[in-house]
Design a protein around this ligand. Sequence first.
Ligand SMILES: [Zn+2]
Ligand SMILES: [Zn+2]
Length: 355
Amino acid sequence: MKRLGVAALVLLVLGGIAYTQRAALSMALMGRVAARVMAQDPLAELADGIHVVLCGAGSPLPDPNRSGPCLALVAGGRLFLVDAGSSAARNLQAVGLPVADVSGVFLTHFHSDHIDGLGELGVLRWAGGGHTTPLPTFGPPGVDEVVGGFNAAYRLDSTYRVAHHGEETVPPSGRGLEARPFANPQPGRALTVYDEGGLKVHVFAVGHSPVEPAVGYRFDYAGRSVVVSGDTIRSAEIERMAEGADLLVHEALAPHLVGLMTEAAEANGMTGRAKITRDILDYHATPVDAAQTAQAAGARHLLFYHIVPPLLVPGLEAAFLQGVSEAYSGGVTLGRDGTRVSMPAGSQAIDVSGG
Ligand SMILES: [Zn+2]
Ligand SMILES: [Zn+2]
């Protein structure tokens, strides 16, 4: 008993010292973290193959675990994004992927939730990397308008930064985004939009009417493959493009959960919100739709992203996934910000972690 009392006293004294020294201790820690962030080259440290990290697993509706849609893909030491929703750049930093190293962004369509983070991404990538050319931003027709708008909105900011840090540190030629438009792919006809360093990217049409164009992407590298749905209803195109893919990253909206929001909106006389929650049912896939697509395609793992509605109550994940295991026999992951799937070259492994 006496011993315990002494131990408690020692702990209390040590705790007291740590508390009074907390500023010095935290600064020492901060210095070490900063040294690691500035020195590391996380892309070079990753095993060869494809690595997918969700830098946004959500939708336009706020969810503390799921920011606006954003998928990071590392292949052959290069980092690409599919879409850049709100917090895209911040989430990259949080999962240890350097914003300054983003080589390009592939946009699926121009709904706000998929482009909200482009401005911040453009600034941080430019200022952090001292780039001399803007960030390549691939997209179907309309990408010029979106990119032009962001560049105009951030032009004044860039003049302040050049004036403050100098042209050598932040070369004016590298600021912002550069549109890389491609033709709108027709159903049944995928187009190659990128083919470099062993990474091949195909784009294909999906169904998100009245949003036109709307596309998905297939990435192939070192014998591994990833298909990203973008926003879509159940799609025969995805089924075809995801044939035998290692990973299908598919959006999903659970109508039975969104229905609860509609009921709540109606009960409170919010007719506008009730209408929107009913309208969105017709241009997204259900979790079971996505599972059936994955099953028909023979995709090996299904990762859900663009989760609608926000899953704010414990246990809702299970409700969201109702019926999925009956429809699909492969591995299933319900994505959160930070979910990571690694597919090493020369192997069949699909390693899921984080999130
Ligand atoms: Zn969306
Ligand atoms: Zn959309």
